[in-house]
Design a binder for this molecule. Structure first.
Ligand code: TXA
Ligand code: MG
Length: 323
């Protein structure tokens, strides 16, 4: 099989209705979609991604009304967040109803739901009378795709169609919020800034730290997003040892200044002008470019820990994690 890259949303919708795998553009990253209510179709997602069955999937539809039947016991804060940020880069984890197959929730009593913002995918969803299960369209543990070509490069031989909606405008996966004991809690930092969420809730939100054994959200596994090359994290470029600068480095806000110390260093500036949204959009493309270069060493300078910088740093730290 070799995936067809298409732009016809009706074709994408009919393929999904027939139980096929279709990669879909969202504002965050490309998703690998299948009918969430059809266990045979959804199981193809796990096979194509080589994803362990303990890792649950997010289900997508165009709005709250069309996702409502799949969740119960909705805390007021969950509805408030959906009303404020949907469609958008926010996923809510809530107790599931029996309509959600066990395969989707990986046996958990909860399900993750999201209304994505990309107009083409919203047009697909509007055609369907079922939600679409969609993890990021990359092999398990690898960097998420932000263009149709990224999907074709890594999963092209395993899926039927890729709906091309152009490059993703956010570039980081959605922020995931669950409600353990009714309290809103961030399970995964992502494309919606923590500050924006706290402004709506009117109070600070708890943030779950990573766990590698029983991950609350396995996107939280400590090693993820690996570009293959050994990476080392530095709070500041001046602290990176000289030898570290002979290969490649990821920096932010250096104004496009040449920074080559020994003439051999490839510098990837996530945003020369210091724009965190631009850095988020570019992050996964840069990690892919690094993966293609066979660098033996990459020095990474962290971004400011504010807004999207927190989610970006989180991915950089995990890309650098050894095991
Ligand atoms: O932006 C996104 O969220 C993209 C686009 C395609 O929507 N999707 C995405 O899916 O990033 P995925 O599968 O790569 O990451 C979803 C994360 C996983 O870490 C999974 O473990 C977690 O969500 N998750 C799903 N259901 C969950 C649940 N019931 N409880 C806790 N975590 C859950
Ligand atoms: Mg993923």
């Amino acid at each position: 099989m070799s995936a067809k890259i298409i732009s016809d949303y009706l074709l994408a919708a009919s393929a999904l209705s027939e139980g096929k795998l279709v990669a879909l553009p969202t504002e965050t990253v490309y998703g690998l979609g299948a009918n969430a209510l059809d266990e045979v179709a959804a199981s193809k997602i796990f096979a194509a991604k080589n994803r362990p069955s303990f890792d649950p999937l997010i289900i997508h539809q165009s709005n709250w009304e069309r996702l409502r039947a799949y969740v119960k016991e909705v805390p007021p804060a969950a509805k408030l967040l959906a009303d404020t940020f949907w469609p958008g880069p926010l996923t809510l984890v809530l107790p599931k109803t029996d309509l959600v197959p066990e395969l989707i929730s990986a046996g958990l009593p909860t399900v993750a739901i999201r209304a994505p913002a990309h107009p083409l995918t919203r047009a697909v969803l509007a055609e369907l009378n079922f939600p679409v299960a969609a993890p990021s369209a990359n092999p398990f543990g690898f960097v998420s795709p932000t263009t149709a070509q990224h999907v074709a490069d890594q999963l092209g031989s395993k899926i039927d169609y890729i709906l091309d909606g152009g490059p993703c405008v956010v570039g980081l996966e959605s922020t995931i919020i669950g409600f353990p004991k009714g309290e809103p809690t961030i399970f995964r930092k992502g494309g919606l800034a923590v500050e924006a969420i706290e402004a709506v809730l009117g109070k600070p939100i708890a943030i779950r730290t990573h766990s590698s054994s029983r991950p609350e959200a396995p996107g939280m596994l400590s090693r993820h997003y690996s570009p293959g090359a050994p990476m080392e994290i530095f709070p500041d470029l001046s602290e990176a040892p000289e030898s570290a600068l002979t290969n490649a480095r990821i920096v932010f806000n250096h104004g496009g200044q040449p920074m080559s110390i020994q003439g051999m260093t490839t510098t990837y500036d996530l945003s020369p002008s210091g724009d965190l949204a631009e850095a988020a959009r570019r992050l996964f493309t840069v990690l892919r470019q690094i993966a293609e270069q066979n660098f033996s060493y990459v020095a990474v300078v962290l971004l400011p820990e504010t807004g999207l910088g927190r989610a970006i740093n989180d991915r950089l730290r995990r890309a650098a994690a050894r095991e």
